[in-house]
Design a protein around this ligand. Structure first.
Ligand code: ADP
Ligand code: MG
Length: 710
């Protein structure tokens, strides 16, 4: 067996594994080979020289480690909730470790007198320190003498623990494997070029593998972590750099001159407000792209209300002036209709034709529209994914704008490109693509998620905007809230009431919102109340929205259908019912529906008294800030990027050690390095880059395999 192949050995051949455990390792942790085990990096480390004494531990929400001896265990069954308690004594005090689940297993797990480490967030009950479901690491046992000062703690699962593979068991396996490789004088081959290692002062791969598992000092550990994270980010960014290079080389774009007379005519005579300097800057960035002769792929990020629509419209004017058509695609019909109305309003002043195409466009009308489109009689076509249907053919599509990007995948973007050629073949010259999103994501993450897009940020709101005042309120406050709303409506304003989606049942959602509707009607008999939810017919929805916009309805009761982009500047109050059920990003989007005009606006987060810690933090964050970037940082911290963006869908790889929300700095460094190398050597042909090429191919082919399976 060649040296390389050793790592591909099936895990079942490792001493101490065998077929049963091998099966479990595959099932539970996706570990098939030696390499997989080595790449199962510790979740954390116990600093055995620096654990807390039980007497010094405080209840402050932080995770702590205490180390002590098991002095007593008992199963407590007082008729309410059965629980198992282990008493841990470290000489300065006693802590209680409590389990409510997995009792069968935990009951047999401890031996009196053994030394263990417990990790968790403790609470104080009276003066007793209690850890509920802590992570346990056994320190005594055969290998006790060998236990290093810095102890790696590996992930495990209930099934693995039952098979003897608790975190300590996994540690033993890893130790065993590394020892064996060491004895065989196996060397982990270097995966980064020497020049980069020197330039960035990185720990060599071979050393980093040993040190990530069994470091002697924290300094070593940090170096090993940095090195491995850097490598992961580097290869990921390399892929993006290469993809971007390919895009730039092969996709020519229509040349659209900047500052067209159409644009100047509109901005000098009809612009309803002064552009913010951020809007101006982004328009210039787009103009530069459009006139470059290379296909634009640009993401415009701007918080809710930052005025993305106008930026898109003004960019379209240059395109239309140059003789091309524009498309604008939105995720919902409501949004499409709204854009249609706004943009038609702007456009008719300068003789530009705008049309709307959605799933509910009537057949006859649709046919006429498609005819007109082919004849270049429609300059701007706005719609939902109905735009993607095969028979929607433009005369000459020059620019596709995609609003609220995260709902559309990359594939759909690609399909829009095809729209410019009627024979279905890939075009020689691609239409430009402008993606707009109100999901403010940290720049580092934007680079990662939309690595093949250039990013522009509208980081400024129009001058007259006042931050929305936000408050958390409970049932008892209702009378006061209703009184306040009445006052606001008297002054001419309007209000939203939003009800959450209950995941399990559409029926219940409907019930909640219709009951809410009836209730609000009975509270405000003197006003007209509208109802809007996803189950309504599009024409009905449209009618309700129009009436709300025209202030025929003073109050709108709705589900989250209004979440994205709805624009009624006169509405100044948003009441969110059961606010704790919403995610942060969603709350921010919802709140963005108010504060869009000149009036002071208010967001009232209704909730009950019993909030989970996470729920509390979400609502508190909303009260503290209006800044979408801040909010998305907190969101990212609380949930992690995978959950927010969906790993698959976003094309975000499953990093083994790197963490996008925490390692932004390393990501930037790795990105710079990767792009520099690809710029200098686009095909990685230089001898010093051979090592990159080899690893790049290995990784991308592994990934391709995985996505075929998944
Ligand atoms: P979003 O970025 O959330 O899509 P919109 O484009 O819907 O924001 O703009 C929000 C509101 O702000 C609209 O009513 C729009 O007319 C208005 N608006 C846009 N730009 C400006 C500006 N520079 N000054 C004042 N109002 C603006
Ligand atoms: Mg918008």
């Amino acid at each position: 067996m060649s040296e390389k192949d050793i790592l591909q050995t099936e895990i079942t051949y490792l001493k101490g594994v065998g077929p049963n455990r091998a099966k479990l390792l595959k099932q539970e942790l996706n570990i098939h080979t030696y390499q997989d085990l080595i790449e199962l990096y510790p979740r954390r480390y116990v600093d055995r020289t620096n654990n807390l004494k039980i007497k010094d531990v405080q209840e402050d929400g932080k995770t702590v480690v205490v180390i002590g001896k098991v002095v007593h265990t008992e199963m407590i069954d007082n008729g309410r909730k059965k629980r198992f308690v282990t008493y841990l004594d470290d000489g300065t005090g006693v802590a209680e470790l409590v389990w409510f689940q997995g009792l069968k297993w935990i009951e047999k797990y401890f031996t009196l007198g053994e030394e263990i480490a417990a990790f968790g967030k403790p609470t104080l009950y009276g003066s007793r320190l209690t850890f509920t479901h802590p992570d346990i690491d056994k320190l005594s046992g055969n290998e006790a003498a060998d236990i290093p000062k810095i102890l790696p703690v590996y992930p495990s699962t209930e099934k693995l623990r039952a098979a003897g593979l608790d975190p300590r068991g996994i540690r033993r396996l890893t130790y065993q494997l590394l020892l064996q490789l060491y004895q065989q004088k196996y060397t982990f081959s270097e995966t980064l070029p020497q020049s980069l290692i020197q330039e960035k002062n990185l720990m060599p791969k071979h050393q980093a593998i040993y040190k990530i598992h069994f470091p002697n000092t924290f300094e070593e550990l940090n170096q090993a972590k940095y090195r491995l994270k850097f490598e992961e980010f580097f290869y990921f960014q390399l892929q993006l750099a290469i993809r971007q290079g390919i895009n730039k080389q092969t996709h020519k774009g229509f040349v659209i001159p900047a500052q067209s007379s159409l644009l100047l005519e509109y901005t000098s005579k009809h612009l309803p407000f002064e552009l913010t300097s951020a809007q101006k800057r982004v328009i210039q960035e787009i103009e530069k792209d459009l006139s470059s002769g290379i296909q634009m792929n640009r993401l415009v990020q701007g918080d809710v209300g930052s005025g993305k629509t106008m930026v898109a419209f003004l960019s379209m004017l240059n395109v239309i002036d140059a003789g091309y058509q524009c498309a604008m695609m939105t995720p919902t019909e409501i949004l499409a209709e709204q854009h249609f109305k706004n943009i038609s309003n702007y456009a008719h002043k300068i003789g530009i034709n705008v049309a709307l195409l959605t799933g509910s466009t009537k057949k006859k009308q649709r046919e006429q529209l498609l005819q007109a489109l082919k004849l270049n009689m429609i300059h701007i076509l706005i719609g939902t994914h109905a735009l993607l249907e095969d028979d929607v053919q433009f005369y000459k599509l020059g620019l596709a704008v995609i609003d609220e990007q995260h709902r559309f995948g990359v594939m759909q973007r690609a399909r829009l490109w095809q729209k410019s050629s009627s024979d279905g073949k890939p075009p020689e010259i691609y239409p430009h693509v402008l993606v707009m999103t109100a999901t403010p994501i940290p720049r580092s993450l934007a680079l990662t998620l939309y690595g093949d897009l250039d990013v522009s940020i509208i980081d400024e709101l129009p001058k007259d905007r006042k931050p929305v005042k936000t408050a958390i309120r409970t049932e008892k406050d209702r009378p006061k809230i209703y009184e306040f709303i009445r006052q606001q409506i008297k002054e001419g304003r309007q209000a939203y009431f939003v009800y959450p989606l209950v995941e399990q049942s559409e029926k219940l959602d409907l019930q909640a919102v219709t009951e809410g509707y009836t209730h609000i009607q009975s509270i405000f008999p003197e006003y007209r109340v509208g109802l809007l939810h996803g189950k309504m017919h599009p024409a009905e929805k449209d009618d309700v929205m129009t009436k709300f916009k025209l202030n025929v309805f003073q109050i709108l009761v709705a589900t989250t259908v209004i979440e994205v982009g709805v624009d009624v500047p006169n509405a100044s109050i948003m009441v969110i019912e059961h606010a704790e059920r919403f995610g942060l990003a969603q709350l921010h989007q919802l709140r963005g529906r108010v504060g869009r005009g000149e009036y002071q606006s208010y967001c009232i987060l209704m909730t009950d008294y019993h909030l989970s810690a996470d729920g509390k933090k979400r609502l508190q964050t909303m009260v503290e800030t209006n800044d979408g970037f801040r909010i998305s940082d907190v969101d990212l911290e609380m949930r992690g990027p995978g959950e927010i963006f969906g790993t698959r869908q976003s094309g975000l790889p499953d990093f083994k050690i790197a963490n996008i929300s925490q390692d932004g700095q390393i990501l930037q460094e790795a990105r710079k390095a990767a792009f520099k190398i690809v710029e200098k050597d686009p095909h990685l042909r230089l001898p010093e880059h051979a090592v990159i090429l080899e690893n790049y191919h290995r990784q991308t082919s592994q990934k391709a395999e995985m996505s075929r399976v998944g």
